[in-house]
Design a protein around this ligand. Structure first.
Ligand code: ADP
Ligand code: MG
Ligand code: MG
Length: 914
């Protein structure tokens, strides 16, 4: 079985006085990149960057074990932590040549959270810590820059007041209270930008900030610098379990036990004038993966200005003009980072009076498309091996190369009204909404929406999840909207400056067009275009190539897709089949790489045209004669369907499941249908109603279905077997002959004798058909394993079966005693309460249902060494489940056609992890 995630829990039990809770980075670094579980991603990478000689301001990391300790001990710290922290501060003081709390030239710190995996915007950072009414004067004095000193101080009070002391908007609609005071002062002073405020203005602002804090909390803003440190550390740990972080952790299945680390780091300043600045950058374009230095920066600013979108940042290319030295240094840093971390990096930097400092790096979040492109190109640049590339591309991301694109030929009256940054590729069309709550509300009604905001914040997360796409009028590639879109694979256009969004009027204006809430809007996250109205979509470039409508050499996206799929096929050992019921589906799946059909649901073939009437006639028949008459009419349809399917699959194996569904799915339930049926069948309305009532079941999922039908009505099995074998005979002979080897599958078997009963009929019919048509063909007869009894008795059942196919949908239903159709009413709560963090119908419940699969596989193979094993439930297209099935030793997984590429990649990843 796959390895379980190791949690910090296993190591943190030792709380002896010798435990190391604090790790330094800087001139000497205690940690390194391998220590993410303990130091968090930020802390581990800061240490690593310092180790390889990049300019990192010194500091130290308080470990995630302290976070766990904090929550397990009523929000208190280990005894030694205070003295350890003072020692660590002393070390930084030594390196910086400044003292913390010093009245003349004080050392200032940032306090930053840092979980094992980055959680953008989830935790709060505090900058300029160590300033108070006294030290601020010292800073003003030593830097000779009074304005700078007071600007830092007002920022610190604002962040501390918000994050630690909880001075925040008290209700929806209220402005951020510190921003409000700032705005008011700017108005009084007739200042355009923050930078127009003088030192004297800022002093006034600081007085107002402090009195706001006092008024709201009854407490004074703390002047003691260690009190400031502990307040901030506590706030970081506290934020690990705030609502935002909790929502995020649930979405990404991050265990609460992991905890966060706290990084305390010497400050450097991007707000010291025109030779200073700050920015964020990527070593490649995170939206489309192109190899260009990508990012943005602001001159004379502190970092949070960039992320918060207070001022619109400049594209990084402009830095080459404004600060050529720094730009050159950054390009060099890009090369060093990629060579060292061997992946695209997303980093933060600050230039203080011409000197470059690195404040963070991590493997950059990227869109699915970018993930594929970066991996493929890095293999070309010898930065990655093919194997690494395969493991680096999340299996899911290959599907983003297959999403539809806008079909502008079919404009449908839509007009382009603006454009912005293409931050999340794909095409999204839906109703304009301006708030996260409205987005959720409409989404629940099944209405697709596009969330339109000036900019987004973590509070919009739920609404973003609910939306087809996200449009913002402000903010750049590192804005919250772009970050989240990259991670969630959402279509996103951000910073569309020509769009004016007015929340109070609920309008969006651009290019002379005014859209109201509920109007149609379409956004193209690949090009950045925004359209008023609804735009139709067309198949992806990959699909167009596969359909022969586009030449492979014309589509780079296709080439990327093809490369990755070829690599995956070379490394995987498990086959990938598809669930398909029609020749069209089968062809599509083969084009996407399916190696056979793992499940053809024959009942789906009966929904078409007037077949449904014959089907109903068959079900409603009250005696064998009538039933045989109806079946006779169905036979030619089935034979033709199978013929088409066999041909479409061109010799690949095809598993056909005999009639399975609960019959009520086919029964007429409204008067009009019953009347129509009576007319078509020449019976009375009453007699049909009686028969429908007689067939009614309390619990159809566990009722007269699966092999129980074929056993009660052998003529059904007989007809289906005949259709299959006659089609096989047709296809295997004649001019355009195709190799066929049908695999007939009996559903819902729990007992060997049930299977034996059906096998006898199937063999008899096969013999008859071969004799009559004078052809020989091979075929297999096997069973679904989809009730626990079949799994437990697999050795016995294997005596008569040629193959097993795990029907993990029903196996999950029957093992958990949980109806897939009704679980929607409690599964969300189960997820929230962490009872079932994963939907067991989407990702296999490894420990329970998975164990049944393992037992059946082992027992079956012990009895029959060459027993073919596959899985045809929904789980066949879920990467995590595919990895599990590989571990169990299945021969193949089968999934819906569009999931085939995902399964191919996941199977390769599973094989590589062995
Ligand atoms: P997040 O994880 O939300 O990005 P960070 O801890 O990285 O939060 O910090 C937020 C901002 O503060 C970043 O832009 C970062 O560069 C800046 N920052 C953090 N530490 C320092 C420091 N020591 N000196 C200057 N700026 C800093
Ligand atoms: Mg950061
Ligand atoms: Mg089933």
């Amino acid at each position: 079985m796959p390895k379980k995630n190791k949690t910090v829990k296993s190591t943190h039990s030792k709380q002896s006085s010798t435990a190391k809770y604090i790790y330094a980075f800087g001139k000497k670094s205690d940690g390194d990149v391998s220590m993410k579980p303990l130091l968090g991603g930020k802390g581990a990478n800061l240490a690593e960057m310092a180790r390889i000689g990049l300019p990192v301001p010194p500091g130290f990391t308080i470990t995630t074990e302290v976070c766990t300790y904090y929550y397990e001990h009523g929000q208190t710290y280990p005894k030694t932590l205070d003295s350890d922290l003072r020692k660590a501060v002393a070390e930084v003081e030594k390196q910086m040549g400044k003292k913390f709390g010093d009245s003349k030239d004080p050392l200032l710190f940032s306090v930053r959270s840092g979980a094992r995996e980055s959680m953008p915007g989830m935790m709060d950072t505090i900058l300029n810590l160590g300033l108070n009414d006294v030290t601020v004067a010292g800073v003003a004095e030593t830097t000779g820059n009074e304005r700078f000193a007071y600007d830092c101080y007002r920022r610190f009070i604002q962040m501390y007041g918000d994050v630690v002391m909880g001075v925040q908007p008290r209700h929806e609609g209220e402005h951020e209270p510190f921003d409000e005071l700032m705005g008011k002062l700017k108005k009084e002073r007739k200042a355009q930008d923050d930078t127009d405020l003088t030192a004297e203005d800022l002093k006034e602002l600081i007085r107002r900030f402090q009195s706001l804090i006092k008024k709201r909390t009854g407490q004074s803003f703390p002047q003691d610098v260690y009190e400031q440190v502990w307040g901030s550390v506590g706030a970081v740990f506290g934020s690990w379990q705030n609502e935002r972080a909790t929502v995020y952790r649930q979405k990404y299945n991050i265990p609460v036990e992991w905890g966060t680390a706290v990084n305390v780091q010497a400050m450097v300043f991007g707000n010291k004038g025109e030779t200073s600045g700050t920015g964020v950058a990527f070593t490649r374009d995170p939206a489309n993966g192109e190899k260009v230095f990508y990012g943005e920066y602001l001159v004379n600013a502190q970092c949070e200005d960039v992320v918060a979108g207070v001022r619109t940042p400049q594209p990084i290319a402009k830095l080459a003009e404004e600060m050529p030295e720094a730009h050159k240094a950054l390009l060099k840093v890009c090369r060093i980072l990629e060579k060292h971390f061997r992946d695209m990096q997303d980093f933060e930097f600050t230039v203080e009076e011409g000197t470059l400092y690195m404040l963070q790096t991590r493997n950059g979040k990227r869109t699915g498309l970018a993930a594929v492109r970066i991996a493929v190109e890095m293999v070309g640049e010898r930065l990655m091996t093919i194997k690494t590339a395969l493991t680096k591309i999340p299996a899911e991301s290959i599907s983003s190369l297959l999403v539809p694109v806008f079909d502008l030929r079919k404009g449908g009256g839509a007009r382009k009204i603006a454009s912005g940054l293409p931050a999340g590729p794909g095409a999204a069309t839906g109703k304009v909404v301006f708030s996260a709550s409205k987005a959720e509300e409409l989404e629940q009604k099944g209405t697709p929406v596009v969330l339109c905001r000036v900019e987004t914040s973590p509070d919009d997360l739920r609404g973003m999840i609910a939306s087809e796409g996200i449009l913002t009028s402000r903010g750049g590639v590192s804005s919250h909207a772009a970050l989240v879109a990259r991670q969630m694979g959402k279509v996103c256009v951000c910073g569309a400056n020509d769009v004016v969004i007015n929340y109070s009027k609920a309008t969006l204006t651009a290019g002379g067009t005014v859209l109201k809430e509920g109007d149609d809007i379409s956004i193209d996250g690949t090009t950045g275009e925004v359209f008023a109205g609804h735009v139709d979509t067309a198949p992806s470039e990959v699909s167009q190539v596969l359909d022969g409508k586009l030449k492979p050499e014309k589509s780079y996206t296709y080439q990327l897709f093809d490369r990755v799929m070829k690599w995956a096929d070379k490394h995987r050992t498990m086959k990938v089949r598809t669930n398909a019921d029609t020749p069209a589906q089968a062809k599509q799946a083969v084009a996407l790489g399916a190696q056979g059909i793992g499940l053809c649901r024959t009942e789906h073939m009966f929904f078409e045209g007037d077949r449904i009437n014959f089907m109903r006639q068959m079900i409603l028949a009250s005696n064998e004669k009538d039933r045989r008459a109806a079946l006779k009419k169905l036979l030619p349809f089935q034979r033709r369907d199978f013929n088409g399917l066999f041909r479409a699959m061109g010799g690949r194996p095809v598993t056909i499941r005999l009639l399975d569904p609960p019959l009520h799915e086919f029964l007429p339930n409204d008067n009009a249908t019953i009347k129509g049926l009576a007319k078509a069948l020449g019976g009375s309305v009453e007699s049909i109603k009686d028969r429908v009532a007689a067939l009614h079941e309390q619990n159809p999922m566990l009722g007269h279905r699966g092999c129980r039908l074929g056993i009660s009505y052998p003529e059904i099995t007989e007809m289906q077997a005949r259709a299959i074998f006659e089609a096989a005979a047709q296809v295997a002979s004649g001019k355009k002959r195709v190799k066929v080897e049908p695999e007939v599958m009996v559903p819902l078997v729990g007992y060997k004798v049930e299977l034996q009963n059906q096998i006898d009929i199937i063999h008899r019919v096969a013999k008859e058909v071969m004799a009559k048509k004078k052809v020989k063909f091979k075929y297999l007869v096997g069973t679904m394993v989809e009730v626990p009894r079949a799994a437990l008795m697999a050795d016995e059942i294997a005596e008569v079966a040629d193959f097993f196919s795990f029907g993990t949908n029903d196996l999950t239903q029957t093992a958990l005693g949980m109806s897939r159709d009704d679980s929607g009413s409690f599964l969300p709560l189960y997820k929230e309460l962490d009872i079932l963090p994963q939907n067991p119908f989407a990702t296999i419940d490894k420990n329970g249902v998975g164990q049944l699969v393992e037992i059946a596989a082992q027992k079956g193979r012990a009895k029959k060494g060459d027993l073919k094993l596959g899985i045809c439930g929904e789980h066949g297209g879920d990467p995590a489940s595919v990895v599990f099935f590989h571990g169990v030793g299945l021969d193949y997984v089968s999934c819906s056609p569009p999931r085939v590429p995902v399964a191919r990649l996941a199977a390769a990843q599973a094989a590589l992890a062995d």
